[in-house]
Design a protein around this ligand. Structure first.
Ligand SMILES: [Zn+2]
Length: 410
């Protein structure tokens, strides 16, 4: 540390070994984004919200209907070092209903999770789950996947639901066109999504000022779209970057294109999004994808892989994936990963027992596997942040990719 640093009041370092003065600080009445370190295009940042601090790069844990599938509570999330819980607007709107959740005090009070929550806009579910949808300028009419009931959702409806839930971060309502959609369709879709974004901004600004607002400091992130057409995405990124949103997401990736195509979109598009605000790659991905995303300037991630793979008994380790249902683990009394600090491995539950639980359809087996996998992802992000803090990300990434590619043979 140079003298120059010691003269100033040291920055709080929340779990990091290195004290840092921010490179830049973006501050509004609702949040603060401190860019702490850059290495190439990578970003190491700290976001201070009304629900607490988010150290980035961060992996948000997906709690679709207000809980992680696999039986994890908000208390468990604290134990596995989760920073942000991600909930799905569409699912909570259909069941139990956002108006009821607002009446009960909002999503934080409902789930007893007092840290940041990001809600998606419902758009992705509307366009992927719902049947018989009809898109108009106003929004989308579709049928609920639960009971077939007719629902209309547009920018204002999505903002209303997310305002009722009172999440920390709301996402703009967008259309996510298929990766292989025709160029002419994508052009029209992106133009409409931009008009929707302006309506979202206006609606959110109004709703935050309402006397009954659950979270008067709710943040709004805009979403870049454009399928695999780089020029459409770049033009869109340039325009929405000027609209003063609280953060910017790259949406519509990991929906059928190759990993190389996804990386190449990030290479071209992320430089046009504000570096001094959160950058979020939606729905991505594998640990490898996350390392590549961090390298390209992404600082927020989310994905269902760790919980979904966990429920299927596919467990991440530092030496490749372990398929716990395999017969060879029947008498294996070692923890899932001896180097893992998750509550399951730390307490010493054996591979033999975890395998038995899954085979016997015991819900405890699902819970153990999901806890282990989510901890793996959360810990991966801790390692990434430490590597960035210490200026050794490139080296860390190379070693990690090699370890992940190992074939967990024993
Ligand atoms: Zn573990």
């Amino acid at each position: 540390m140079s003298e120059e640093f010691t003269e100033k009041e040291p920055a709080r370092d929340a779990g990091s070994a290195v004290k840092m003065q921010p490179i830049s600080v973006t501050k509004t009445e609702d949040y603060q984004y401190e860019l702490l370190r850059v290495e190439g295009r990578t970003k190491r940042a700290r976001v201070t919200t009304v629900h607490g601090v988010i150290e980035t790069p961060v992996f948000m844990n997906v709690a679709t209907a207000g809980a992680i599938k696999g039986g994890l509570s908000s208390r468990d999330l604290n134990e596995i070092t989760t920073q942000v819980m991600l909930c799905n607007t569409y699912h909570l709107h259909v069941r139990t209903g956002d108006a009821i959740i607002k009446e009960l005090g909002g999503l934080h009070r409902f789930t007893l999770w007092d840290k940041p929550i990001l809600t998606d806009s419902g758009g992705f579910q509307v366009f992927s789950l719902a049947e018989l949808r009809h898109i108009k300028e106003e929004g989308v009419t579709f049928h609920s996947h639960v009971d077939g009931a007719k629902i209309f959702m547009g920018p204002e409806e999505s903002m209303r639901i997310q305002a009722n839930l009172g999440s920390t971060i709301a996402m703009a309502f967008d259309e996510c066109p298929p990766a292989l959609a025709e160029r002419s369709y994508v052009e029209k879709s992106v133009a409409r999504t931009e008009r929707w974004l302006q309506r979202c901004q206006k609606a959110m600004a109004e709703m935050k000022r309402e006397e009954t607002a659950v979270n008067p400091n709710q943040l709004l992130f805009g979403i870049n779209q454009g399928a695999i057409y780089h020029d459409i995405r770049i033009e869109n990124a340039k325009r929405i970057s000027d609209w003063n949103l609280d953060g910017y997401a790259v949406g519509g990736l990991a929906v059928g294109e190759s990993h190389e195509e996804m990386y190449s979109v990030l290479d071209d598009v992320v430089p046009y999004l504000p570096q001094n605000k959160p950058t979020y790659l939606m729905g991505v991905g594998t640990p490898q994808n996350i390392l590549e995303g961090v390298e390209r300037g992404i600082d927020f991630f989310d994905c269902v892989y760790p919980s979904r793979n966990g429920r299927h008994g596919n467990l991440y380790t530092n030496h490749g994936t372990l398929h716990i249902r395999n017969a060879k683990y029947q008498k294996d009394m070692r923890p899932i990963d001896p180097d893992c600090g998750c509550p399951v491995c730390k307490q010493g539950y054996s591979r033999a027992y975890v395998r038995h639980l899954l085979k016997a359809d015991e819900t405890l087996g699902l819970r153990f596997c999901v806890m282990h996998n989510l901890y793996f992802y959360n810990h991966l992000m801790t390692e990434i942040r430490s590597a960035l803090d210490e200026g050794r990300f490139t080296e860390y990434k190379r070693a990690k990719l090699e370890a992940l590619a190992e074939n967990c043979a024993d």
